[in-house]
Design a protein around this ligand. Structure first.
Ligand code: SAH
Length: 278
């Protein structure tokens, strides 16, 4: 990682500030533009540069005065340094993530880069703008599966060992959390999700509810509600958010003849667990 190279960093920082640059790390929501917050839209309208993974940068319409810097998925730290550098030289920079930037996304990468970079950059005007994370969009679609205590786990072992994922799955199941899983299954490591389903089946039993919510709020959206006993690994891909209920999570079948897009049953987790207050 790059070390501080600017002598007299504080003065340099003052100069950078006066250039009027800023950096905002923004979440674009799960896909539908209607789910982008007005705060994020305003930041994008005022930006000179948008930085991020190519498909997210492409969600921002080109316009004169805006430079879009798309990069590869695995280049988070380099991308964060580029954004800091641009802001330090007077650019108004929005780093874009899907969903919320603080959930398995660019905000933490930005702070990692900031911590390891020149101290002068710590004087920059940096803000994180929240977005609607995939688990919130997905749970809203099916009802309220995350209506009581829940946890969320990234199933990718790119940045952590598989043994830790498995440990967290077991302990979350033992604590009877509802669970939301990001990055469930990639073509590079399809066996991971298969193993995760085995662990969950063992810990929660075959009747436990599981929801596969794919490409929520986009034209390719699909929802599937089933049980761990029926779940198959290929029901998930990298555009799927998977949720597993707690032992209290239940179904409400919809009345036949309802709206067509409402063909899946409602799934919800009650707000209380018996014994409360005792
Ligand atoms: N920062 C993002 C998550 C990035 S990790 C957020 O807060 O939503 C990428 C993972 O998010 C995907 O593998 C998938 O599990 C989930 N995801 C992102 N968009 C989604 C969508 N529209 N529908 C379902 N899952 C989605």
């Amino acid at each position: 990682m790059k070390e501080a190279t600017t002598p007299n960093g504080r003065r340099a920082a003052g100069r950078e500030q006066s250039l009027g640059g800023w950096l905002k790390v923004a979440g674009l929501g799960p896909g539908d533009d209607a789910l982008i917050t007005p705060e994020v839209s305003a930041a994008l309208a005022d930006a000179t540069d948008v930085v991020g993974y190519v498909p997210y940068v492409e969600r921002v319409a080109p316009r004169p005065g805006l430079t879009r810097h798309g990069s590869d998925n695995r280049e988070e730290i380099r991308r964060a340094e580029q954004a800091l550098q641009l802001a330090a030289t007077g650019h108004r920079v929005v780093v874009v993530s899907s969903g919320d930037p603080g959930v398995f996304a660019m905000a933490a990468a930005l702070f990692e880069a900031l911590e390891a970079s020149e101290p002068a950059w710590r004087a920059l005007d940096i803000q994180v703008l929240p977005g609607i994370s995939a688990m919130l969009a997905a749970s809203a679609r099916v009802g309220a599966p995350l209506g009581h205590d829940f946890c969320c786990i990234n199933l990718s072992d790119n940045l952590k060992p598989w043994a830790l994922i498995e440990k967290r799955l077991r302990l979350a199941a033992e604590a009877d959390f509802a669970m939301a899983f990001y990055n469930p299954r990639s073509r590079a490591r399809p066996e991971g999700f298969e193993r995760a389903l085995e662990v969950l089946r063992e810990a929660c039993g075959p009747e436990r509810l599981i929801v596969f919510a794919r490409a929520v709020s986009t034209p390719e959206e699909s929802l599937r509600v089933t049980t761990l006993g029926e779940a198959q690994p290929d029901m998930a891909d990298m555009r799927t958010l998977v949720m597993v209920g707690s032992s209290h999570t239940r179904l409400i079948q919809r009345h036949a003849g309802g709206a067509e897009r409402q063909s899946t049953p409602w799934v919800y987790t009650p707000r209380s667990v018996s014994g409360a207050g005792s």
